[in-house]
Design a protein around this ligand. Sequence first.
Ligand code: SOE
Length: 368
Amino acid sequence: MTLRVGMLGYTFMGTAHSNALDRLPMFFPELPETERYVLVGRREEPLAEAADRFDFETTTTDWEDAVDDVDVFCNLGPNYMHVEPSIAALENGVHVLSEKPLAASVEGAERMAEAARQSDAVAATGFNYRFVPAIQYAKDLIDAGELGDIRHFTGRYMQGHLARNPDAGWSWRVSKEKAGAGALGDIGSHTIDLARFLVGDFERVSGNCRTFVEERPVPWKDDEMREIEVDDAYSAQVDFENGAMGVLEATRAAFGERNNNYVEIHGTKGSLKFELERLNEIKVSLEDDRGYRRVLMNEHDDPYGDRWWPPGHNIGWEHTFVHEYASFLSAIEEGGEHRPDFEDGLAVQRVIDAIQRSDEDDGRRIEL
Ligand code: SOE
């Protein structure tokens, strides 16, 4: 089986996803082959250049041309562009992998999840950090009861680009309508997804959102400033349905931080700590451990250990996308389940929305 791929988006995520598709035949040869067919974008010249580099056969500036004549549609556009093209693709029976957060609003995410329910196609949300081997290892430990009952979850996702570049220009990422949320939606959504994956569903949240810089210059218009409508940073206190409690935080304004995605979990019998900057390892404390032990990944017993290099030969951030596609394509081939799906994307969107509503109401606790 060869799956024809349409892809919307050709910058950062376009590169990450095309690279993943390129790696698959060599490292996951049992999966269906993919053919990079049509690349979608708004500006013809850079689009053509990207199509050439990513090895796509053709391009279009109209997404409607790319959601019927393909088997798989990868929606890597801005958040507000996830809804209509993904729904149209699903209605045509096309499998969809949409980037995160699923939409710019709960209403958009609900429509996408409903389209996925009505379709036989596979619908995936791009929370790629589930596919870090150390996160899968953590999930296995928790599911096997090695940590006991989970009491605490701490999730922080810290970036620093706004601190380093205080004059950063306005973009869709800071528009409420187009992005839905700021740091909370862009990187906080990853933390919320990891919390749900590793600990379980949220019961209630209390949120605090902050915009440090109120307006920013519009890069393509001289002397025009535009209001910033979303958060530069957020924090939240959460309760999980299983009784665990959690503290979440994300920012774009932490000087010194680049892309620090951090998770810490404590249970009645054990604890673990993971940080993306050291993604080939995880720290665990179980039973007789006196403090934390560093466990290296890429061993033969980790889910992807036999796929890449011999033990101790590290993998990187880009491999999370390869693993994500491996799961997605195998669900397509075998008609099985792929998670995170659109229901997971919707659940995360509801938490984002609840944190925003709580913030607007002086931190009142909101039930989910
Ligand atoms: C930008 O903040 C960004 O690229 C996010 O959009 C990604 O989801 C995250 O993985 C890295 O940072």
